[in-house]
Ligand binder design. Structure first.
Ligand code: C2E
Ligand code: MG
Ligand code: MG
Ligand code: MG
Length: 292
């Protein structure tokens, strides 16, 4: 009986695996088609100065509405793209689209802050990210200072020298860089020394329980102090409450990003967000914050 049971369970298990595999293949096929057809979208999420609430940047986040499965989470479709060269095509599209949109806003007189674009390891390791970025900047005529590249510690860990040299070249062109999801990679401290990055973004797992976990408070406090002493700006990700904002402000965090400030939203809502958060547009950070 035990043997029989085990075999049934194995068959169930392998059926589930096969189904999952089938879905992954369907998603990959669909994603390939969506990229080719221009069916992906970018949403934009604001970042603000912690002290004043004024807009300091926008982050472009990829969105995909699958005809059958509906909205697919970026964590899912980025992971699928990263398993193949699809991530290079996806990454190119994101860079081109962000710069095309930035150009359109500039042409319309929208006072645009820097736009941050997320970059995956494959875009540096198996592709010439520097040539790609400079090509897109030159073609779109977007000032390099208006583009920021976000990459995670895990990207850096794959080939530190190559990544450092790419970031260095980009930063000499005027493009700024930020280390994303800081604190969740393996390599936080050793790379900080040598990476030509401008900002670190403290991962939202440390912000989540910041106000009631003394350990998270200590980690965030120490991270801010370390980052500042090394010359990085510090951005907190996933700020959802006024209490978190107040706490981060007291710890000296430079910039905030999260639902409390503003959710990622489609391009057509961005001029409004910019008008609301633009330097000088705000009467009181507290009042504006509570409307977000
Ligand atoms: P990320 O770059 O760390 O982006 C932050 C994620 O946190 C986003 O999820 C954002 O929607 C979410 N978020 C922002 N504020 C809050 C908050 O207050 N509370 C909570 N709970 N979540 C918040 P999203 O859009 O689902 O993207 C997930 C990840 O997918 C991104 O993490 C990034 O690593 C990746 N990704 C998204 N777009 C791209 C892209 O164009 N290229 C690459 N390579 N990766 C991308
Ligand atoms: Mg990011
Ligand atoms: Mg992040
Ligand atoms: Mg993340």
């Amino acid at each position: 009986h035990a043997k029989r049971n085990g075999r049934d369970r194995f068959q169930l298990f392998s059926a589930a695996l096969a189904q999952e595999r089938q879905r992954a293949v369907a998603l990959e096929t669909g994603l390939r088609a969506a990229i080719a057809a221009g069916d992906l979208r970018l949403h934009y999420q604001p970042k603000v100065a912690a002290a004043t609430g004024e807009l300091t940047g926008l982050e472009a986040l990829a969105r995909w509405h699958h005809p059958e499965y509906g909205e697919v989470s970026p964590d899912r479709f980025i992971a699928i793209a990263e398993e193949s060269t699809l991530i290079i095509e996806l990454g190119s599209w994101v860079l081109r689209e962000a710069c095309r949109q930035a150009r359109a806003w500039l042409d319309a007189g929208v006072p645009l802050p820097p736009i941050a674009v997320n970059v995956s390891a494959g875009q540096i390791l198996y592709h010439d990210l520097v040539a790609e970025v400079t090509g897109v900047i030159d073609a779109s005529g977007v000032p390099p200072e208006l583009l920021q590249i976000e990459l995670t510690e895990s990207v850096m860990a794959k080939d530190p020298e190559l990544v450092a040299s790419a970031l260095d070249t980009l930063s000499r062109r005027g493009v700024t860089t930020a280390i994303d999801d800081f604190g969740t990679g393996y390599s936080s401290l050793s790379y900080l020394r040598s990476f030509p990055a401008h900002a670190i973004k403290i991962d939202q797992v440390f912000i989540e329980r910041l106000t009631d976990s003394p350990d998270d408070d200590k980690i965030v406090r120490a991270t801010i102090s370390l980052a500042h002493s090394l010359g990085f700006r510090v951005v907190a990700e996933g700020v959802e409450t006024e209490a978190q904002r107040d706490h981060l402000l007291a710890l000296g965090c430079d910039e905030l990003q999260g639902w409390y400030i503003g959710r990622p939203a489609p391009a057509d809502s961005v001029p409004e967000v910019i008008a609301r958060l633009r330097p000088g547009a705000r009467q009181s950070p507290r009042r504006q914050g509570s409307q977000a």
